[in-house]
Design a binder for this molecule. Structure first.
Ligand code: SAM
Ligand code: SF4
Length: 335
């Protein structure tokens, strides 16, 4: 048994979020610009390298692996990777293999993902209105995503919907979204829009809808009970007493969740970000590529990176300007 990954603030790192591609078949306005330049293929870790990375992290005590992007299911051959991860579920080293997806490819992949061991899935969806969906995602089509959700549920997966809270956009749909999720037995989490990347004209201060407001609106119709349950991440949960539903709130801007952070992020090029809200990263790719038959340098590089994990981050909208703003896109680090 190897020494587990513990950061300088005594937080055990057991959760890896891996971005497998920076590409996407959508262009959500808060995430990407219309004309994105993507990485050349040779920059990406191969599927075998992704496997080796993840297997090394799992060997060091990572128990939960979330695959993200970009859109993870547009990465060519991605099922080969998922199928390879099944061995870590089978051995018991990995407790959960999951993904965050826009749902567009789920009709095709849901059954295979279930067979690979995926039991829960997060699907991002901001509106139930077809025209608004086309607007916010620029390239996405709602019926395709709904068919994807159908397929995931049919395969047996537990679905959680992630909705970015956007003032003047989906605030009018708050109760529709809650009721729709109830009718389909899906959990629902709202995410506060974060100041990520330079995405052109959209003014994120205008879109910012604090979840404290959203929560107050929910409380006008439902009795909210705070749940103690924490995921080690930025989500907090309430139960709606009238329906029994669990609703999550991810509030990186108005809440401090760093003290219990158990996660690190790895990009599709092998950069490790130990904090979503800080620019600092280390490149693990040389340790991986320069030592094909020997994982020791990679393990040492991972330990060194986690040894530099910062205590917390600092986003702030409070002065009516976005400070602590990140220059990279969510699609780069994988939200
Ligand atoms: N393409 C997949 C998807 O949309 O689920 C996975 C990657 S996406 C970057 C992961 C999550 O980040 C999505 O739920 C998306 O809504 C969220 N996201 C992207 N940009 C964001 C931003 N600026 N603020 C808050 N959430 C954001
Ligand atoms: Fe693509 Fe997800 Fe970003 Fe939307 S949020 S553009 S679906 S990566």
């Amino acid at each position: 048994m190897k020494t587990p990954l513990i950061d300088p603030f005594q937080r055990a790192i057991t959760y890896l979020r891996l971005s497998v591609t920076d590409r996407c078949d959508f262009r959500c306005v808060y995430c990407m610009s219309e004309n994105m330049t993507f990485l050349p293929k040779k920059e990406l870790l191969t599927l075998e390298e992704l496997d080796r990375m993840c297997s090394t992290f799992i060997g060091l005590g990572v128990e939960k692996l979330r695959i993200t992007g970009g859109e993870p299911l547009v990465r060519r051959g991605i099922m080969t990777f998922f199928n390879a991860m099944t061995r870590h579920l089978d051995s018991g080293a990995l407790k959960e293999l999951t993904l965050t997806t826009n749902g567009s490819q789920l009709e095709k992949y849901a059954a295979d993902l279930w067979a690979a061991g995926v039991r829960r899935i997060n699907i991002s969806l901001d509106t139930l209105n077809e025209a608004k969906f086309a607007d916010i995602t620029r390239w996405g089509r709602l019926p395709q995503v709904i068919r994807g959700i159908d397929a995931a549920q049919k395969a047996g997966m537990r679905v959680k919907i992630n909705t970015v809270a956007l003032k003047g956009f989906n605030d009018v749909e708050l109760f529709d979204l809650v009721e729709w999720c109830k009718s389909r037995d899906m959990d629902l989490t709202f995410i506060e829009v974060m100041p990520m990347g330079d995405i052109g004209n959209e003014d994120r201060l205008d879109q910012y809808w604090p979840l404290s407001d959203l929560r107050a609106q929910l409380a006008e119709r439902y009795t909210l009970t705070d749940l103690a349950e924490r995921s080690g991440g930025p989500a907090r949960y309430v139960r709606l007493e009238e329906t029994g539903q669990k609703i999550g709130f991810i509030t990186p801007l108005t809440h401090n969740f760093c003290e219990s952070c158990n996660r690190v992020r790895l990009t599709c090029t092998g950069e490790i970000y130990t904090c979503l809200g800080q620019e600092g990263m280390q490149d693990l790719r040389p340790a991986l590529r320069d030592h094909p038959g020997d994982d020791a340098p990679l393990e040492a590089a991972i330990r060194a990176a986690i040894g530099m994990k910062p205590k917390g981050h600092d986003f702030d909208y409070s002065r009516q300007e976005v400070s602590g703003k990140m220059s990279r896109h969510m699609s780069h680090t994988g939200g």
